[in-house]
Design a protein around this ligand. Sequence first.
Ligand code: MN
Length: 193
Amino acid sequence: MKCTLLELPYAYNALAPIISKETIEYHHGKHHQTYVTNLNNLIAGTTFEEEDLETIVRKSDGGIYNNAAQIWNHNFYFLSLTPDKGTKPNDKLTKAIDDTWGSFEKFQTAFNQSAATLFGSGWAWLVKDVDGRLSIVNESNAGNPVTKGLTPLLTFDVWEHAYYIDYRNRRLDYISALWNLINWDKVNKRYEH
Ligand code: MN
């Protein structure tokens, strides 16, 4: 089906100063839009034209996969962020994190370490496997854990376009600040789904 650009549930300047209006203008308005335009051009006249985005991600490869997965990943990333303060992991998710890493702080440290050391462009993910076990996985480029049977709960985009305007080469500063924008209501729902 024809893919459309995700409409953000917040204004372009709503995440500032952690993520500036200029970054969102480029990240959503240009990078994300380009993946949407490219995918629609690539699937025109193919059987993928009839499929939903997640099915395309699961079934495709090459350029179609790269653009479809980047759209899926960016939809997921942008919807994981909120300017609203005060959401937090619920009791069930907190327990799962504590059981896996010992504490929320230790989980954050492990996630930051994983995201900061991902070589090149990619995505750091918190995922749940079929048995409900949590783990942190890195994916390069357009990689998406749903292709491995994992359920994504949270992702940090660590492509340079996600942070270079605001943080230049300081990826860890971007990652550390991003925790202040996480929409835990969303992550809680994904965990319970
Ligand atoms: Mn991005």
